[in-house]
Design a protein around this ligand. Structure first.
Ligand SMILES: Nc1ncnc2c1ncn2[C@@H]1O[C@H](COP(=O)(O)OP(=O)(O)OP(=O)(O)O)[C@@H](O)[C@H]1O
Length: 258
């Protein structure tokens, strides 16, 4: 692996509480030498990571860095060309995937009512529970819209519905690919609040963002990708204030990253 800067107690000298999150944990989500090549183009290259089972990990990097592909590989949506994803020491399987859910930049909603969208997610788990559905809708601030066709919701509301559906499965890991990219600040804050609440309940969040302010508000740790490679992984405060690689410094200062 080239150029990976792990912000650790050793690399920084002084002990740091956040650095303890980097210690491998038997419940950790790990990738080992994860690579993806399509049409002979290496898109993800030898990514080795050990993510704490708690907290919010933000994935950052310039356009085309491989952030979305990394998320899809971790979720098992695409198979790697080589390397592995393990979770709690076990190889990612359909069974483990059931404990993960994914939220995309463009919310996925079904052509039915808001309530029926959540019912559908519950039913996929063999659950029929209108009270739980209503509690989920209330949690994301959509209970008043329950009977409305989901397609008529605003973009921010649709994303909150997507979150309610993702949360309906009580995931241990929630993967979020730029879920607030096209939303206004008020909608962004509502979604961030829901994400923080999920984190507080113990859901591991892996969240792709381009927004440095959002990383500052949410991230416990940050993965920085560039050109398919992992360049840095470490506590958010250290990454945001003192990145170790030139690429990350350029990215954080708004310069073009090459
Ligand atoms: N199915 C595919 N076939 C070929 N190339 C692909 C495929 N999917 C993604 N890529 C390429 O892989 C690279 C990484 O894509 P990815 O979507 O992961 O980037 P990203 O970091 O999420 O970018 P952005 O911030 O623009 O969303 C890009 O150059 C993209 O064009």
């Amino acid at each position: 692996m080239r150029d990976v800067a792990l912000h650790t107690e050793m690399s920084r000298g002084a002990p740091d509480a956040a650095a303890s999150q980097m210690v491998p944990d038997s419940r950790a989500l790990t990738t080992s030498d994860l690579s993806l090549t399509i049409d002979q183009k290496p898109l993800i290259r030898d990514v080795t990571l050990s993510l704490s089972p708690d907290g919010i990990t933000m994935v950052m990097g310039p356009n085309g860095a491989g952030k979305s592909l990394l998320l899809r590989l971790i979720h098992g949506l695409i198979p790697p060309s080589s390397g592995h994803v393990h979770w709690g020491g076990r190889t990612l399987s359909d069974d483990l995937r059931r404990d993960q859910s994914m939220v995309f930049q463009k919310p996925v909603v079904l052509r039915r009512s808001v309530a029926a969208n959540v019912d559908f997610a519950l039913k996929a788990r063999g659950v029929r529970d209108p009270a739980r559905r209503d509690a989920l809708l209330d949690h994301v601030g959509l209970l008043d819209h329950a009977r409305q066709p989901a397609r008529l919701l605003s973009g921010g509301e649709q994303q909150r519905l997507a979150l309610a559906r993702a949360l309906a499965t009580e995931p241990k890991v929630m993967l979020m690919d730029e879920p607030t990219a096209s939303l206004d600040p008020a909608s962004v804050l509502k979604i961030e609040q829901i994400v923080q609440e999920a984190r507080a309940k113990g859901t591991k969040i892996i969240f792709v963002t381009h927004d440095l302010g959002q990383a500052g508000r949410l991230a416990d740790d940050v993965i920085f990708m560039n050109r398919g490679r992992l360049h840095e992984y470490g506590p958010a405060d250290l990454f945001l204030s003192r990145p170790e690689t030139q690429e990350a410094r350029d990215f954080l200062q708004g310069r073009i990253v090459v």
